[in-house]
Design a protein around this ligand. Structure first.
Ligand code: ADP
Ligand code: MG
Length: 255
């Protein structure tokens, strides 16, 4: 799969992802049992499934935080298991947002969004500030750039975390249950930011239990259980008319 310079779905540069027969074990516990999944540039895929089914492990493999035992991972023009690949360059294409936002508590929102820019991308402080301010505006927090994490609500902190990831100019965004740790009243603002990002044409792989979001924003939904993809398809179809018993059972519990 190649880099896409112009994105027919939107305005941002977006990379595709291709996973082929991915396997990952921890000791004798095989957590991913041969996962194949393609996400086109600009596509939004929601990954759903019960706790322990391997969703986070899958995202960590895509982000190269985990090394799969078998299989291949392509992101943009890069192949992770290629010995010649520049792993740092490949990793930079991928932004990740976690359930726990992991902001630096001693830095204000702006600095949280500039640290990696200056350290990793070697941008000047002035340039990094400019990019950070742009992205804080993008998530609706331009006016709170000088607030520290403990002066922000959970939803605001998560939006800073999204702005921080976007400040590295990723071509693919991974979200691992980004709203699961939030007070209900702040969930909507975070989902709205993600909805806008999808509209701009960002490639997104999102682990979520927010079925309303999945139905409305995702192009496809993938249901995982026990380390395999049990069912996948158009979001509306998988959510409203699942064909597999395990998918039906799961949806009955979360809807
Ligand atoms: P999910 O995100 O779907 O809840 P995970 O990917 O977190 O699932 O976990 C899948 C399985 O892998 C679980 O049984 C979990 O205990 C195991 N697991 C995840 N990470 C590790 C790790 N670093 N070491 C050992 N086992 C792990
Ligand atoms: Mg998880």
């Amino acid at each position: 799969m190649n880099d896409v310079e112009s994105n027919p779905r939107g305005t941002v540069k977006a990379a595709g992802v291709s996973l082929k027969d991915l396997r990952k074990s921890y000791g004798s516990n095989e957590v991913l049992k041969g996962i194949s999944l393609d996400v086109a540039p600009g596509e939004v895929v929601c990954l759903i499934g019960p706790s322990g089914s391997g969703k986070s492990t899958l995202l960590r493999c895509v982000n190269l935080l985990e090394k799969p035992n078998e299989g291949t991972i392509h992101v943009g023009g890069f192949e992770a298991t290629d010995l010649d690949v520049d792993i740092d360059k490949m990793r930079r294409k991928v932004g990740m947002v976690f359930q726990q936002f992991n902001l630096f508590p001693h830095l204000d929102a702006l600095r949280n969004c500039t640290v990696a820019q200056t350290k990793v991308l070697r941008r000047s402080q002035a340039e990094a500030d400019k990019v950070a301010r742009h992205n804080l505006e993008r998530v609706g927090l331009g006016h709170l750039a000088d607030r520290f994490p403990d002066q922000l609500s959970g939803g605001q902190q998560q939006r800073v975390a999204i702005a921080r990831a976007l400040s590295m100019n990723p071509e693919l965004m991974l979200f691992d249950e980004p709203t699961s740790a939030l007070d209900p009243e702040t969930v909507g603002d975070v989902l709205a930011v993600m909805r806008n990002l999808a509209k701009e044409g960002m490639t997104m792989l999102v682990v979520t239990h927010e079925m309303g979001f999945a139905r409305e924003v995702a192009d496809r939904v993938v249901f995982m259980d026990g380390g395999v993809v049990v069912e996948e398809g158009v979001a509306e179809q998988v959510i409203s008319a699942p064909t597999q018993p395990r998918t039906k059972e799961f949806l009955r519990r979360v809807l």
